[in-house]
Design a binder for this molecule. Sequence first.
Ligand code: SF4
Length: 308
Amino acid sequence: MAISKTDFMRGMQCPKMLWLDKHRPALKVIPEETRKKLDAGTDFGDRAMGMFGPYEEMTVYRPGTRIPDTAAMVRRTLEHLEAGTPVICEAAFSNYNNYCAVDILRKTESGYDFYEVKNSPKVDPQFVRDAGFQYYIMARCKVKIGKIFIVIHGPDEEDPFVPVDVTKEAKGYYRWINDNIWDLNRMQKQGEEPETEPGDRCSDPYECWYYGYCHSPRREQLSRIARNETHLNALRRALSRPGAGPQELSSVRERAEALSRYLESEDWKQDFADDEAGLLPGWLRRGVLSEDGIYNVLEEYGERMGMR
Ligand code: SF4
């Protein structure tokens, strides 16, 4: 479990947000408007890859999925750096498992400049902090970075890619990142949820996706349901891998056992009854409160493990 650029920025906004990302993702509610913005940003970024002509893209997916294989991407990036590839897109780096990907690296006489693409008409201070994080990881990976640019969306739709030089400001974040990244790393691995009280941080600089959870009087119950929802989803993912047998499925054994205990507990009966009574918030993902759903998954797990 390491820290990516997104993890770092979310953890600096609120440590609890990062912890929930790792341990209770089922409590996350991403507003539709944010989803649309993220999708539009991806399209703009894809188009920008060709802004310097031919390029090599480092993206590698895990077999049969659209989930990036970050370890393979890091290896592929290293090969292209060693080969001196002039333009590298989605270059990936890892230092003590802390990870970043960079939109465009462009070779110079002394190393590489890097370009981070944002579908925005101006440079937001957050973009510069993001670039600072990427610089930090690359510098620790001993990549010689010259200039750093944020590519914004200019007014000319024929040629909308406008690089803005933020080298000095982005490199200035090195110390701040180093002073915080290791504490965040430790915190995200702890078993207990951090005791961070809601406040201004819940909407600054971004509206938090866990607002509903943190401001609910039923937090303990919601956390319990979300924890088991995460177990259920992990089990479903493991079972969906074609041909996965006892060896592959042993990695989710503890989750299956926890889920089984939950299904037989008084907690589950209480959560189920409260759901039936309409006492749980509408945004809560609660597949785990469908008795058949959870039972079927546990049955299939038992059969595939040879326990039935
Ligand atoms: S709602 Fe507020 S306290 Fe809760 S995780 Fe988000 S920022 Fe932190």
